[in-house]
Design a protein around this ligand. Structure first.
Ligand SMILES: Cc1ncc(COP(=O)(O)O)c(C=O)c1O
Length: 395
């Protein structure tokens, strides 16, 4: 019996995705990240990468990656506690901690592994985790790996979170986990209320600031800066693969004690190779560039505002939120995919998301702003939105 006969269900699953118009056509790039990309051989405007500050191909970051490869070679060749810790990791971690206004930080291979490796390290079987229902998949999976009791609360519903905290007073330790910026909605967690509830009920707060780092706050220090709460989130997780250069890698920023426990016992730290030197070098440079020149963040904020206002003025109704994620709800998944394909024909690269990434009936186009974009790029894209929106009957 061949493998394809043994797993016939996979063929059927793929066929049914195609028939339902839910199959994702994965595009191939042959250019660096920037305002423009070459996608499947076509030059298009980029409205769907996480290169929020336009640093992914910045000459100083590229140079820093080259210097790191010259000094340290291709990779660590080991996990952190064996022979994988380089001076460059420690420098990056000191810099990230200072940037986030906390005592210490530790790098991970990705933002995904930062969540997977941190959440289970902070709670045990006598503890309770409170998790927003719209949290990112890496938080959901991190929570699933825990032995603690899991209580999910409705998205950003502080009344329900408080009810859950009250109903579990017997817990030994409590951990509230939430995205800082929700990746499909673009909205922010109600951080001031979370911090207050955490104080009242003696809970630890963990905020995934992947879409907030480099984006929120005047200095791009994240959602804590946006809300005037720098240094008041207990544990921040995040990625180095979005605003901070867009390569890969993640981090956790917290107290020296929490970071030490992750260093000693977080599974991705002790069972998976350390972050490659090139990425440590470019991410370190990204923080330096950002700290020296916060005007990049101001440009991102301006561009986000311009796109949001431009879409509204042309009859679209994007969800209202202060982040650089601008979702336009269109209804059915097949419709979102068709629209993104038509936009690509028009030279505008925007991703359509549908079920199961977002609830059924709430498929959307997710427009992402970037400081790499210029006004004429955005005007050109807005006109394409009008053409396609009119053609498919959305306007
Ligand atoms: C909120 C959030 N957390 C974590 C991640 C994972 O980050 P990485 O791509 O570095 O694994 C992502 C990426 O999509 C994200 O949006």
């Amino acid at each position: 019996m061949t493998l394809s006969t043994k797993v016939q269900w996979i063929t059927e699953e793929l066929d049914s995705l195609k028939q339902a118009g839910l199959y994702t056509n994965i595009r191939t790039l042959s250019s660096p990240q920037g305002a423009w990309l070459i996608v499947d051989g076509q030059k298009v405007l980029n409205f769907c990468s996480n290169n929020y500050l336009g640093l992914a191909n910045h000459p100083r970051l590229v140079e820093a990656a080259k210097v790191a490869i010259d000094e340290y070679g291709i990779g660590p060749g080991a996990v952190r506690p064996i022979a994988g810790t380089m001076e460059l990791h420690l420098e990056l971690e000191r810099r990230l901690a200072a940037f986030k206004g906390v005592e210490a930080a530790i790098s991970f291979q990705s933002g995904f592994s930062a969540n997977l490796g941190t959440i289970p390290a902070l709670v045990g079987s006598d503890d309770v985790i409170y998790s927003d229902e719209l949290n990112h998949a890496s938080i959901i999976d991190g929570v699933r790996l825990c032995k603690a009791r899991r209580l999910i609360y409705k998205h950003a519903d502080m009344k329900e979170l408080e009810d859950r905290l009250k109903s579990s007073r017997d817990a030994r330790n409590r951990l509230i986990v939430t995205d800082g910026v929700f990746s499909m909605e673009g909205d922010l967690t109600p951080l001031p209320a979370i911090v207050e509830l955490a104080r009242k009920y003696n809970a630890v707060t963990l905020v995934d600031d992947s879409h907030g780092t480099g984006v929120m706050g005047e200095g791009g220090r994240g959602v804590a800066e946006h809300f005037g709460l720098l240094g008041q989130i207990d544990v921040i997780t995040g990625t180095l693969g979005k605003a901070l250069g867009g390569a890969a890698g993640g981090f956790v920023a917290s107290s020296a004690q929490v970071i030490e426990v992750l260093r000693q016992s977080s599974r991705p730290q002790i069972f998976s190779n350390a972050l490659p030197a090139t990425i440590a070098g470019s991410a370190l440079k990204a923080v330096e560039v950002l700290e020296a020149d916060p005007s990049l963040v101001a440009k991102l904020h301006d561009n986000t505002d311009y796109l949001r206002r431009g879409l509204r003025a042309r009859g679209f109704n994007p969800l209202d939120a202060p982040s650089a994620i601008i979702p336009i709800l269109v209804g059915e998944t097949a419709f979102a995919i068709r629209m993104s394909e038509r936009l690509l024909d028009e030279g505008v690269f925007v991703t359509g998301f549908g079920y199961p990434v977002v609830p059924e009936g709430t498929a959307r186009l997710r427009v992402q702003a970037s400081a790499a974009l210029e006004r004429e790029d955005m005007d050109r894209a807005l006109e394409a939105f009008v053409r396609v929106g009119g053609e498919v009957g959305l306007l």
